[in-house]
Ligand binder design. Structure first.
Ligand SMILES: [Zn+2]
Length: 417
């Protein structure tokens, strides 16, 4: 699959970030008093600080240099800062401008690549790739697939739509019942420019007519999509799957990754591990506390979910960072890192889940996901020591700089002078 990575013309002068501590995203130990050399849009040097090397030197002593983060599960059309009923009164342009704000906030949080699992159209991807809008590089599902009355069906019993559906998340290709519907829907999505196919093999919490224990698309439909994509660009299939049976259906059908996975049995965990299926647990959304009195059902769901994800981590199921931003607050993506540590990853492993593991899941690891020579220069510069206080990265103010494709997209310390 083409990576759709924008080309930035090579500059003549090397940019040298000097004196910081590099954590490269591969899981390797930090390298102190290091140097990262950037030429054009690429990393050309990573190692001990050089003396007398040519180029423009930027002093980043006291800072940590990390790969730009990859959030593998976002919904950037969903605005969390504005009341849903007010959004209903928006002109379409107000919704687009809000989405542009969400893109910028996500980049400012340290996310240089994001996988939008329904909502954004390829228009946003093109706008970022051309430089017209600042935001993470985008991989898109465009829409998600479920049966009528399932997790992708936004229609209320009385025929009305919730506001998120009016924002473009109901594309018409999303609701599928027969095998013919499924094949046609994924062909339309590929024609429109989908990088990934998202299916719902279970219901969810936020939709009008189903619950997490309800079944969604069956295994045969997942398998048919995987077969269809094998004859296309090989777009991976990811499954929204909350119940154990729905995860099994997705894994047996050939899904590359599971979103959520809050009720996994030991057998299903073993199958995921055996097949190398990646888990994207979106703990930021599972663990959020909405305003109002404590809800015992929510607390029980959170406890069960944490136990399920912890068991998968302990068994060695690969994990990639995803937040479900849009339900979780936009622009706070790195909140997920501390949650990943809570379920058993070390801080270095959590950083890897948010960088190289995400790049592998998106099949972009040839160009992204680690601080290594030859890769695109997508970097985060932070004043927080991620190995001592990984929770500090949740605060966008602690992300002092963001470099994307060799250019400063955020620069709170005025380094780029
Ligand atoms: Zn989601």
């Amino acid at each position: 699959m083409s990576a759709r990575i924008p080309e930035v013309p090579s500059g003549t002068e090397e940019l040298r970030l000097v004196g910081g501590t590099v954590i490269d995203g591969t899981g390797a130990a930090p390298l102190g008093d290091a140097e990262v050399g950037i030429s054009g849009d690429r990393i050309v040097y990573v190692g001990p600080r050089r003396t007398g090397a040519p180029g423009r030197e930027v002093d980043v002593r006291g800072r940590w240099i990390l790969p730009g983060f990859i959030d593998a599960h976002v919904h950037l059309v969903m605005s969390t800062s504005v009341d849903a009923e007010r959004q209903r009164l928006w002109f379409p342009e107000e919704a687009v401008i809000a989405a542009v704000g969400n893109l910028r906030a996500t980049l400012d949080a340290g996310v240089t690549t994001a996988r939008d699992l329904s909502g954004l159209t390829p228009g946003y991807r093109s706008a970022i790739a051309s430089g017209a809008v600042l935001g993470p590089r985008l991989h898109l599902a465009i829409a998600m697939l479920s049966p009528t009355g399932g997790h992708a069906d936004p229609v209320h019993a009385n025929g009305t739509l919730p506001v998120w559906a009016e924002r473009g998340m109901a594309s018409g290709t999303a609701v599928v019942d027969t095998l013919d519907d499924v094949v046609r829907a994924v062909r339309v999505l590929v024609r429109t420019g989908a990088d990934v196919i998202k299916v719902c093999t279970s219901g969810g919490v936020s939709t009008p007519n189903d619950s997490p224990s309800d079944t969604g698309l069956p295994r045969e439909h997942v398998a048919a999509i995987v077969a269809e994509m094998a004859g296309r660009a090989g777009q991976p299939v990811t499954a929204h799957a909350q119940s154990d049976a729905s995860v099994r259906a997705a894994v047996e059908g050939g899904a590359a990754s599971i979103e959520h996975g809050y009720d996994l049995s030991a057998d299903t965990i073993a199958l995921m591990r055996e097949r190398g299926v990646v888990l994207v647990p979106t703990l930021s959304t599972l663990l959020r506390t909405p305003p109002g009195p404590p809800d015992p059902a929510r607390l029980a769901r959170q406890e069960r979910g944490l136990a399920s994800i912890s068991a998968a981590v302990a068994a060695g199921v690969p994990v990639a960072l995803g937040t479900d931003a849009g339900i979780h607050e936009q622009g706070r993506n790195l909140t997920e890192l501390a949650h990943l540590v809570r379920v058993g990853l070390s801080p270095l492993e959590a950083l890897r889940a948010g960088t190289l593991a995400g790049a592998r899941l998106l099949r972009l690891d040839h160009a992204l996901g680690s601080v290594e020579p030859g890769k695109l220069a997508d970097l985060v510069i932070t004043d927080a020591d991620p190995l001592r206080d990984i929770g500090a990265l949740a605060d966008p103010q602690r992300v002092r700089g963001v470099v994307q494709g060799g250019r400063f997209a955020k620069d709170l310390d005025g380094l780029d002078r």
